[in-house]
Design a protein around this ligand. Structure first.
Ligand code: OXT
Ligand code: ADP
Ligand code: MG
Length: 582
């Protein structure tokens, strides 16, 4: 092949004439299969179309999307749910860029995923000679992910895949980019040489035990606490540490606060859950055990009013696999570096039956706050305003999830997200997927597809109407693969609320409002799924139950009071304040 032969040739993978040869297509497929990757998410086109066909022909599950960002989000969610890197495949330049947000988001959230993208030939890209979809993709991906590699020779595919898998799942998990110039796919090798070049990755996420003296130090600090608190993060859910965490909470009697995706590690109805007394426990606790959670913006960086800093610094014990996370916001008195299961087992080994449970003044004070908030919440949930409020509509969702605890809940939006987080109890681990560390909109349908595909469980996607719009076209994907996903669009006619007005008095609508009373259910009907429009709590409850009983793609357009939301939901305070201009 001459150097400038068009990359387009490499898209087709005709059967190899010589049975003693293999090629890049087959080596890539064999390398993935050898490492237990059984599902690919992606969007076809030059140069990966035939690769996806071949993968499907050879028994892989291939799930294709309408936009690469959703395919990438699906891979990320699959990574979180399975602990294996989720793999997303995209075409060159624009397809790659569309997938990049998902790769960066996966890295930010510590989800293992690999974005494999076809790319144009190096010799043309590097001289910027204007190749088809020309772009230096490796350079662009590098700062946005945990690791990035390019494979130029078919004989290196085995090593490339092994490196990508290890980088994605070892230590702190994250996103990895793998750049495959088109010509790689059609390079040939003798079959046996190819076979020998593949690597079966052994122990990709090795257990890491904390140092014994650090464990003793952490236990001593915990023993000294009068008002201890555990905070559980999605790292603990990812680590599948629920057994150890359950045992730890039961044995020590320490109240715990789950971050949103850690909900369900213990059932939200557990008597030691302090979720309904969040502000109180953050302010009043004296020793805080952070388990797979960062002290980032979601926890006010461990400082300020949220933590009642004026009362003096708290003591922190932090369990994390990333040593550089320690002291990133405030001083950590007792870091425990290791994987969460090993760290928890080490702590548990030092807790005997004589462990002094926290003083009852502490647990009773928390129970009192919880009761107050729970009562307020129950009153709100029992109201039946027309149109529905966020709370009344979520009372139906709460009951449906209680009745179907195996269902996976995906949630995004602002008010929709925030109300759903506190109202809808989770009972089992890794059943809640949401906007995560970046608060990013657009994860909805990608996460829902992946959750359904990799677990086989019912999915319930609770979507703000704006949030849904970011990935709404994937309802076609739900219908194409006939996935048991029930999407509930909380339709309040806009971003945060539907009542904003154009202050100029001009004809254009205000920036945050949408077409009033849009018929989102018709979008699902367009592809043969089930669409339902509901205006009451009973209708919503019934429609969700029917969706679950039928197990077919369903979109419920839930009419919510357009005046009900607040700007940015619970994070209004993060909006920069504007000054008044004369
Ligand atoms: O203790 P106190 O008294 O304080 O009370 C607390 C709890 O104790 C209590 N509670 C309970 N009471 C009783 N019972 C129970 N079970 C219970 N549980 C809790 O309730 C209170 C509150 O508890 P909570 O929620 O735990 O505590 P709090 O203080 O809120 O926690 C703080 C946080 C920071 C941890 C929490 O708020 C949190 O996790 N927040 C996440 C916020 C987030 O990520 N938001 C999404 C981003 S908003 C914005 O950026 C949006 N955009 C811009 C945009 C984005 N994001 N992305 C992209 C790609 N482009 C643009 C857009 C476009 S949102 C958005 C769309 C919005 O419109 P939609 O139509 O989609 O949505 P609607 O708003 O619905 O219209
Ligand atoms: P949340 O959003 O729930 O607050 P974060 O994403 O901020 O949680 O924190 C997750 C933390 O968990 C990260 O610091 C990450 O390094 C850590 N982590 C992820 N997997 C493991 C694991 N297997 N063992 C230990 N720590 C882990
Ligand atoms: Mg809305």
């Amino acid at each position: 092949m001459s150097i400038h032969e068009p990359a387009i040739r490499c898209e087709t993978n005709e059967p190899l004439a010589d049975p003693e040869l293999t090629d890049g297509f087959h080596l890539l497929l064999d390398a993935l299969k050898l490492n237990d990757i059984d599902t690919l998410f992606g969007l076809p086109g030059i140069p990966i179309t035939d690769f996806l066909r071949t993968a499907q022909a050879e028994g892989m599950r291939v799930i294709t999307f309408r936009h690469e960002q959703n395919a990438g989000n699906a891979a990320a969610a699959a990574g979180f749910l399975t602990g294996k890197p989720g793999v997303c495949m995209t075409v060159s330049a624009p397809g790659f860029l569309n997938g990049l947000t998902a790769l960066a988001n996966a890295t930010t959230n510590c989800f293992p995923m690999i974005l494999i993208s076809g790319s144009s030939e190096r010799e043309i890209v590097d001289l910027q000679q204007g190749d088809y979809e020309e772009m230096d993709q490796l350079a662009i991906a590098k700062p946005l992910c945990k690791a990035a590699y390019r494979i130029l020779q078919a004989k290196d595919i085995g090593v490339g895949i092994a490196r990508a898998i290890r980088a994605a799942v070892s230590g702190r998990p994250g996103g990895v980019y793998l750049d495959l110039p088109a010509r790689l796919f059609s390079q040939t090798l003798p079959l046996e040489v190819g076979r020998q070049s593949l690597i079966n990755v052994v122990d990709p996420a090795p257990r890491q035990f904390p140092a014994p003296d650090r464990v003793s130090h952490a236990l001593a600090l915990l023993k000294s606490a009068k008002k201890p608190l555990v905070i559980l993060g999605k790292g603990a859910a990812y680590a599948r540490a629920e057994c150890e965490i359950n045992a730890f909470i039961e044995k020590t009697g320490i109240p715990y606060l789950p971050m949103s995706m850690a909900k369900g590690l213990l059932p939200d109805t557990h008597e030691l859950s302090a979720a309904a007394a969040r502000s109180y426990v953050l302010q009043e606790s004296d020793v805080v055990v952070l388990i797979g959670v960062r002290l980032n913006w979601l926890l006010s960086h461990g400082k300020g009013k949220t933590w009642a800093q004026e009362k003096g610094p708290k003591k922190f014990i932090q369990l994390d696999i990333a040593p550089t996370e320690i002291d990133s916001n405030v001083a950590i008195d007792a870091p425990l570096i290791g994987d969460i299961v090993s760290c928890m087992q080490s702590l548990l080994a030092g807790i005997d039956n004589h462990w002094q449970k926290p003083p009852t003044e502490w647990t009773a004070a928390i129970a009192e706050r919880k009761e107050k908030n729970a009562k307020k919440m129950a009153e709100k949930l029992a109201e039946r305003p027309s149109p529905m409020s966020f709370q009344s509509a979520l009372s139906a969702v709460k009951q449906v999830v209680k009745d179907n605890p195996e269902a996976i809940v995906v949630s995004e939006g602002a008010n929709t997200l925030d109300f759903a987080r506190s109202i809808v109890d989770m009972y089992l681990p890794r059943k809640r997927l949401d906007v995560g560390t970046w608060g990013v909109m657009g994860i909805g349908m990608g996460f829902a597809v992946a959750a359904s595909v990799v677990t086989g469980h019912q999915v319930i996607a609770i979507e703000g109407d704006s949030a849904f719009g970011f990935s709404g076209m994937e309802v076609e994907t739900l219908c194409r693969y006939q996935l048991p996903v029930c999407v509930v669009v909380f339709n309040n006619n806009g971003i945060y609320k539907g009542t904003d007005i154009n202050a100029s008095g001009g004809k254009d609508p205000a920036p945050t409002v949408f077409v009033k009373n849009a018929c989102y259910e018709m979008l699902m009907e367009a592809f043969g799924g089930r669409g339902v429009h509901v205006t009451t709590v009973d209708q919503l409850h019934q429609a969700m139950n029917e969706a679950i009983a039928l197990g077919i793609p369903t979109l419920i357009n839930a009419h919510i009071d357009e005046t009900a939301g607040t700007e940015s939901g619970r994070i209004t305070s993060l909006n920069p304040a504007k000054t008044t201009r004369k």
